[in-house]
Ligand binder design. Structure first.
Ligand code: AMP
Ligand code: GLY
Length: 421
């Protein structure tokens, strides 16, 4: 088989790595890929949202199956256009991807399906939104309706902060039309967990639940990022909890989407908060998480291509997915300044020394090749994942590997999964 993967981050590197293990696969392409992916796949310089050129490429190369990593091309209709052209592709349609690309749509659907989530209101008028926040309990959460590259959510501690964010989003349009509407919701307290599943829209199968470390600095301090580390499985959800999450959240959601004639096929991601009143849905994504995917896919023992094919053809019950009993921990190495402005082009040292360690996988996120060097090319640069029989072993191994890597300005959190060891 010839496979095309869309994306170029750590999640896609982890995907390509798993796909490369499938005996069915002869050749992998990745658009646009990165310097790490280039060792396993042929990287194609087509941007993820250049959908018509991706279709042309898939036709020219007779690609058997395309897998989409990030949300933006899904929200832009890549699955619809590939399918219209008779090409097999794994992921939700544009209308189903609205579960992530419109927070208002997701909240309304959750309400209709009685899925536990934070109380909310949707506004398209700045003055109404501004008046609503006055006197509401603090902190208060404000979310741009559309996609904003992970920056569209503000947990405001003061009315001033809330008003400033509302102005930025609705009046200054810092996220463009993604800020035409906002969702304002109550603040929920508790542990966050990413519960991710493969689904054909009717049945679903959970990946090991993962925890993402979203804040930039140790102790959950500093600004929110795309994710600075992750581990799986989490310690505080057992199979019974997952059963309940399926019964009360995922199955009603999938049924609701089918009823609304937007059946969801692909990977669905429930971002939950474990509140004292039980789990509540904080966000829904239409794809695997990053850096959650690096830990969850690393625990997969089955052939991932079999899973994709079973989901696409609507018979996921025919496969039994095997997961490792090990624990996996991932530490993200980021550029100095991330998630704010950062420089790129710094030479990365020690990649071989780290990736040659047993049970260590160094996934590339923002990297590029420059002559015979590998240099930084993004905010999140590398995702260093390690397996262990215990959390302690996985943490130790991951940080030992991190210690072998260096680049100018490298920053990372030192507390990933420490609380579970
Ligand atoms: P999201 O983009 O929806 O994942 O939100 C980004 C981050 O904001 C989440 O990971 C949480 O830390 C925080 N957040 C979002 N919604 C809420 C909420 N209702 N209560 C508390 N924190 C939230
Ligand atoms: N790590 C959070 C996300 O992928 O949305």
């Amino acid at each position: 088989m010839k496979i095309l993967v869309i994306g170029g981050g750590g999640r896609e590197h982890a995907l390509v790595e798993k796909i490369a293990h499938s005996p069915k696969v002869g050749k992998i392409f990745c658009a646009p890929g990165n310097a790490g992916i280039a060792k396993l796949a042929e990287c194609v310089p087509i941007e993820i949202n250049d959908i018509s050129n991706l279709v042309t490429f898939a036709q020219k190369e007779s690609i058997d199956l395309t897998i989409v990593g990030p949300e933006a091309p899904l929200a832009n209709g890549i699955v619809d256009l590939f399918e219209e052209n008779g090409l097999r592709i794994f992921g939700p349609t544009q209308r189903a991807a609205a579960i992530e690309s419109s927070k208002a749509f997701a909240k309304e659907l959750m309400s209709k399906c009685s899925i536990p989530t934070a109380e909310y209101e949707v506004f398209s008028d700045f003055n109404e939104a501004f008046n609503y926040i006055q006197g509401r309990p603090l902190p208060i959460v404000i979310k741009a309706d559309g996609l904003a590259a992970g920056k569209g959510v503000k947990v405001a501690m003061t009315y001033r902060e809330a008003a400033d964010f509302l102005k930025d989003v609705m009046l200054k349009k810092i996220f463009g039309s993604a800020g035409d509407k906002v969702v304002i919701e109550e603040y929920l307290r508790g542990e966050e967990v990413s519960v991710i599943a493969f689904t054909d829209g009717k049945t679903s199968c959970f990946l090991p639940p993962a925890q993402d470390y979203k804040a930039a600095y140790n102790g959950n301090q500093g600004p929110n990022t795309g994710g600075m580390g992750s581990y799986a499985p989490v310690t505080f959800l057992n199979s019974n909890d997952l059963e309940q999450i399926k019964k009360r959240m995922l199955s009603p959601l999938l049924k609701g989407m089918a009823r609304e004639r937007v059946p969801f096929k692909g990977i669905i991601y429930l971002g939950l908060i474990m509140t004292e009143n039980g789990p509540m849905v904080m966000e829904i994504n239409c794809r695997g998480g990053d850096p959650e995917s690096t830990v969850t896919f690393s625990l997969l023992e089955s052939d991932i291509v079999d899973i994709f094919e079973a989901v696409i053809s609507g018979r996921p019950e025919e496969i039994e997915i095997k997961w490792s009993n090990k624990k996996c921990v991932c530490v993200v190495l980021a550029s100095e300044g991330y998630p704010g402005d950062y420089k790129t082009g710094m030479e990365i040292f020690g990649l071989e020394k780290a990736s040659s360690m047993k049970d260590v996988m160094v996934f590339h996120s923002g990297t590029a090749r420059k002559g015979d060097k590998i240099v930084t090319a993004g905010g999140r640069v590398l995702e260093v994942a390690a397996l262990g029989d215990s959390y302690a072993e996985a943490v130790k191994r991951a940080y030992k590997a991190v210690g072998r890597i260096s680049f100018k300005g490298m920053q990372f959190r030192k507390d990933i999964a420490r609380k579970v060891i």
